[in-house]
Ligand binder design. Sequence first.
Ligand SMILES: NC(=O)c1ccc[n+]([C@@H]2O[C@H](COP(=O)([O-])OP(=O)(O)OC[C@H]3O[C@@H](n4cnc5c(N)ncnc54)[C@H](OP(=O)(O)O)[C@@H]3O)[C@@H](O)[C@H]2O)c1
Length: 321
Amino acid sequence: MKAIIRDRYGPPGVLKLSEVDKPVVGDHEVLVRVHASSVNPVEWYQVTGLYFSRIGNGLRNPKQKTVGADLAGRVEAVGKDVKEFQPGDDVFGTSGAAWAEYACAREDRLVSKPANLSFEEAAAVPVAALTALQALCDKGRIQPGQKVLINGASGGVGTFAVQIAKSFGAEVTGVCSTRNVELVRSLGADRVVDYTQEDFTERGDRHDLMLDIAGSRSFFDFRRALTPKATVVLVGGRMTYRGLGPLPHVLGTLLTSRGRSQTVTFFVSKSTKEDLAVLRELLEAGKVRPVIDKNYQLSEAADALGYLGEGHARGKVVISV
Ligand SMILES: NC(=O)c1ccc[n+]([C@@H]2O[C@H](COP(=O)([O-])OP(=O)(O)OC[C@H]3O[C@@H](n4cnc5c(N)ncnc54)[C@H](OP(=O)(O)O)[C@@H]3O)[C@@H](O)[C@H]2O)c1
């Protein structure tokens, strides 16, 4: 089968389309004929070899050659302990090697694909939407009527966060650049701040919950936009080709916010069947829709990753297989 692999860390050009063996399904796994995947910053970190992503995966060269977290496709075979799926089922979820014609995924990281979504739309969902859902619900404890600020509302995580926050009855302010103002408004944001024209920290509005996805401002700046008891969930920050990526922003914000009345927290999202099922319900009900910026073919995975790495994706970057 064809798969995208890499032998060393480096720029997106290290990714190559190669002929490899079809994976063998484990007892609790499902073998999926992948129809689509998508691109997330996690692949940027893994491929370029950001320092923290090398821990456990080879300090000099990557032990795991394959890449790709999100997948949507059709079940080809199931392991002997798999109960829920059978060949022919359409599914979406996460794997570790989804930029390929076939990938194995754990049964507990898949759910059935919503019938109203294409494979490309379903593949746009898992990592970005799970992150938005867990940031808002598990970490942010979002409540109806709360004022929620989403800094970085137009990218993969942000476009889902705006819609999920609205579905929970929050009053949402999204921060993005000029070309994305209409998009973020169309996703349901009550207010949109164009960061090229206006400083969201100087508007005088106070928010109960903030998702810091863009990592563009310090705690001392953005606390002006928070209520005294607000919760801030640090999701990410700027991606850099080498070095530490968003970590300096995350650690700096955690340190500078110590002893303040607001609660500031960081988390790493997890792929769970329960949360994928919540997302499926929101998608089936039409409360959330994936926004797809660009669609690449598997052979163009390096271009897809390079585009994401520029840091201005508008919704999700998808790969058709
Ligand atoms: N903690 C976790 O578990 C987790 C999971 C997934 C992702 N993340 C992190 O979250 C971050 C975003 O991920 P993503 O998938 O949403 O990335 P993405 O799709 O590449 O999003 C980039 C977006 O950021 C916006 N942006 C850039 N500068 C901005 C600024 N100064 N103010 C506001 N928005 C700005 C861009 O909009 P413009 O073009 O309008 O500037 C673009 O739409 C990354 O750092 C990633 O590592 C963390």
